[in-house]
Ligand binder design. Structure first.
Ligand SMILES: [Zn+2]
Length: 279
């Protein structure tokens, strides 16, 4: 049996529209111990954002609910803060030129980096659209992502990426290294079982998890639970990572589970999940 910590590397808690900390309680009841809590996109939490204060307001909501989750978990809940790449489309629709949108999104990344620097957040979130966009918007998004790598290198943290699908992200990992950020501090959220370049944060579907467990590379498990009452079942629920962990343990994957829940978090975020449990 596997009795180590259980980390969901990417889940949202939305105390404004969703269940908030109750979803973390459900995760804990199912056997989950640690959470990396991502802020919902700013437009879901605070509406239109046009300056640093709008990002601060967004992040404070996530910091508060993550602190509540941290209280009730056997282990820890850590905030991961950043700017959803789809914000660029929101901004250009509202009349921003791509270069103006880049400026504002970089401000959002800077605010996230401030929270990391002061010790309130664990990592930064950035990326680029997962849908087709004009070339100028694509280039602008890559510019924002590379800014996130530079800021993360400065404050010494990892970056979670929201990107298009696929496995080949060598170029992105090279951009991180050019900015001074080791590629193993770059995590591709919502990935399949393997990614070339960054560390995969594997969406907790059985087939993808079995692929990751069968390999020898570092990986995380995640649900991308979005805590949106209007889209129930749009993504995996908060119990999924603990349930899949138990299922994988039954298949004999204890070593891989230790890799996903203990070794990879330590390597990428410099956190000790097994040493931060109260029970
Ligand atoms: Zn997400």
């Amino acid at each position: 049996m596997y009795d180590g910590p259980v980390l969901d590397n990417h889940l949202h808690l939305d105390p404004v529209n969703g269940r908030g900390v109750d979803a973390a309680a459900e995760f804990a009841a199912a056997g989950g111990t640690h959470l990396n809590v991502l802020n919902k996109p700013s437009w879901h939490l605070v509406g239109d954002v046009d300056d640093a204060d709008g990002f601060r307001e967004t992040f404070e909501i996530t910091l508060d609910v993550t602190a509540e989750a941290d209280e009730l978990l056997d282990g820890r809940a850590w905030p991961v803060l950043g700017v959803h790449p789809a914000l660029i489309s929101q901004l250009t629709e509202r009349g921003y030129a791509p270069d103006e949108a880049v400026e504002l999104m970089k401000i959002g990344i800077d605010v996230a980096a401030e929270y990391v620097a002061e010790g309130s957040a664990l990592a930064i979130k950035s990326g680029r659209p997962h849908y087709e966009v004009p070339e100028a918007v694509w280039d602008a998004s890559n510019d924002v992502m590379r800014h996130a790598f530079a800021r993360a290198a400065e404050v010494g943290c990892a970056v979670q990426l929201h990107t298009e699908g696929g496995e080949e992200f060598t170029e992105v990992a090279e951009w991180a290294e050019t900015a001074g950020l080791p590629r193993e501090r770059v995590v591709k959220h919502y990935s399949g079982g393997y990614v070339e370049g960054p560390i995969p944060s594997v969406i907790a579907r059985k087939d993808e998890l079995e692929r990751a467990c069968g390999g020898d590379w570092p990986f995380f498990m995640e649900t991308d639970f979005i805590d949106d009452p209007d889209r129930p079942g749009a993504v995996l629920g908060p119990k999924t990572v603990p349930k899949r962990t138990a299922w994988l343990a039954e298949q004999g994957y204890e070593e891989a589970l230790y890799r996903a829940h203990v070794e990879t978090p330590e390597r990428v975020y410099d956190v000790e999940t097994d040493a931060t449990r109260s029970a």
